[in-house]
Design a protein. Structure first.
Length: 408
């Protein structure tokens, strides 16, 4: 039986990008500072994923293992090659293409779901339970392929099928899987100033897999901080905005507790070996931002590797932890300040032809796609209202249901 081709006409659709394709973007002297930071957000997310993958779920990390990871050489439990990421960056790629294919000033949840389903069908090297649950009714649909247009995915109601299943299976999951892929949406929303539009957009995308309100708010707060950094390049301003929001406007007691007891007191949250609770990533990324804002963590050429070392030393789900922290650092410093060895490894990583590959991946998931995607998403980014296409409003009913558990 011939293997199904999930990625039809990929060359025509500019999914199979060469190193030269993305180098043109990086060498463009006309890119604004904001666009450089937007591209940096995605690049550093992917770099963090690749580095953190090498130490993921490793018990009793040695200094030698940490140094090997920071050199971005590959390895780890998934035996990735240099520059290769896992579900974090591949899902960010999927989200990015879904956003690019959406109409102007819109987020088409059906198209995004299409790309998520194609990713699940591609047999990725790693996938979390919360992420996989919503697509169980869609993965055997042979009609879902890259050529499906917005009318076809709407007719199949892809997003509502996934969202309904997520409501059944994932209501109590406070996993980090929604936040880890979010860098594409950060770039797409990076020209907005209306926080209600940003929040609406984040919650709408997150409900595809992660309906839990705690997980959604943690992701929104992270997105808010990264957009602030992209727009202003000022860590102090970004941290002050988040501190003001959490302390004075956020009415979710458990997140406020994490903020006051951990972030403000700089008490890092060290994870258990197989734990994927978003609490840890939320606390740790904002401690890093706080230190940068206050000057105890200097902004220099060594900032990214230095911070990533700190994060992977905390053990656990280090690829996602490093991905999330990396995205925030990239939002601050821009791609022009990423260490050149990281950029070269990311651009040259070839998931089809590298002889060291443990498992080939479709060309769409080559890590260098993040450069093309972030450039296109920034070009297309809406400046005022965002229309949400597809999905459901059921997630709005969660807030009163959770009032009995959390101090609103």
């Amino acid at each position: 039986m011939q293997k199904q081709n999930l990625y039809l006409n990929s060359q025509e659709l500019k999914f199979n990008l060469s190193p030269e394709d993305v180098q043109v973007i990086l060498k463009n002297q006309n890119n604004s500072d904001q666009e450089k930071r937007a591209i940096g957000c995605m690049m550093c997310s992917y770099i963090g994923d690749s580095i953190g993958t090498v130490t993921e779920f490793t018990k009793d990390l040695t200094e030698e293992q940490i140094q090997k990871a920071i050199r971005m050489e590959g390895g780890g439990i998934h035996r990735v090659i240099a520059g290769q990421g896992t579900d974090d960056s591949e899902l960010a790629t999927s989200l990015g293409y879904g956003l690019i294919e959406s109409d102007e000033n819109s987020i088409d949840l059906n198209l995004i779901t299409k790309y998520y389903v194609l990713w699940v069908k591609s047999k990725p090297i790693d996938i979390g339970q919360t992420t996989s649950n919503p697509f169980k009714l869609l993965i055997n649909d042979q009609q879902i392929n890259i050529k499906m247009n917005k009318d076809q995915v709407q007719e199949k109601d892809l997003s509502n099928i996934a969202i309904s299943q997520a409501q059944i299976d994932n209501q109590n999951s406070e996993s980090n899987g929604g936040c880890m892929r979010i860098c594409s949406l950060i770039v797409y929303l990076s020209k907005l100033n209306d926080q209600e539009e940003i929040k609406k957009s984040v919650f709408s995308e997150q409900q595809i897999t992660h309906p839990n309100i705690i997980s959604q708010y943690c992701t929104y707060i992270y997105v808010r901080a990264c957009i602030n950094l992209i727009q202003n390049g000022d860590a102090k301003k970004a941290f002050e905005d988040i501190n003001n929001y959490v302390e004075n406007f956020l009415n979710i007691g458990v997140i406020q507790q994490w903020w006051r007891e951990n972030v403000l007191k700089e008490k890092f949250s060290e994870t258990k070996i197989y734990e994927v609770w978003i609490k840890h990533q939320f606390i740790n990324v904002f401690i890093i931002l706080k230190r940068i804002a206050e000057g105890s963590e200097s902004i220099d050429s060594d900032l990214l590797p230095r911070v990533l070392k700190q994060i992977i030393r905390l053990h656990g789900d280090t690829d996602t932890a490093a991905c999330i922290v990396g995205g925030m650092i990239g939002s601050l410093v821009g791609y022009q300040n990423i260490p050149s060895n990281y950029v070269n490894i990311l651009v040259q990583c070839d998931l089809q032809n590298d002889p060291k590959l443990n498992q080939k991946r479709p060309a769409i998931y080559n890590p260098r796609a993040c450069i093309y995607l972030s450039h296109k998403l920034y070009e297309k980014a809406p400046t005022q209202k965002v229309q949400i296409i597809g999905g459901t409003n059921e997630q709005k009913t969660q807030i009163p249901m959770l009032q009995q558990f959390y101090d609103f």
